[in-house]
Design a protein around this ligand. Structure first.
Ligand code: AMP
Ligand code: ZN
Length: 141
């Protein structure tokens, strides 16, 4: 897609630091290096976000995650963890609108990285939880 920075990276029109490539995906270093080895995995086909994938493209893309994760694990014997993150839409921190998956290697609690999961356990009633699940479940196609 025109004016998409990741399409340009995939097409080698702008440089990147390659990790892995095949017919479906490209993995390369994230320029921000949140932690050393911070990697992005992208489908070569331009899709904006998770809502754009069909099952074939999702299989091709997400199935490559363990391969790249294991490469990071092997490259860093000191690795203590790995966060895998996929931001969708601006509110959810997406800034590049060619879908991508972050692999963020974790080394110590002092890593320049954080996620906050609010914990609201017990605040919704069982009926509210049932209704919420049903509202989503009936939309699964
Ligand atoms: P997100 O905020 O989830 O959309 O992530 C976009 C990511 O793309 C950020 O972590 C940026 O650092 C990264 N990024 C932007 N431009 C480049 C580039 N030219 N090469 C590698 N990574 C990039
Ligand atoms: Zn693109």
């Amino acid at each position: 897609m025109e004016n998409c920075i990741f399409c340009k990276i995939i097409a080698k029109e702008i440089p990147s630091y390659p990790i892995y490539e095949d017919e479906d995906v490209y993995a390369f270093l994230d320029i921000s290096q949140t932690t050393p080895g911070h990697t992005l995995l992208v489908p070569k086909k331009h899709v904006s976000d998770i809502f754009d994938y069909d099952e074939t493209l999702a299989s091709a893309t997400f199935s490559r995650l363990p391969k790249v994760a294991r490469a990071i694990e092997s490259a860093f014997p000191e690795l203590a963890g790995l966060n895998i993150i996929n931001n969708n839409k601006e509110l959810a921190y997406q800034t590049v609108f060619h879908s991508h998956i972050h692999l963020v290697p974790r080394f110590t609690k002092a890593d320049d990285f954080a996620i906050h999961f609010g914990n609201h356990t017990g605040k919704a009633t069982a009926q509210e939880m049932t209704d919420l699940a049903q509202k989503i479940a009936e939309q699964v196609k």
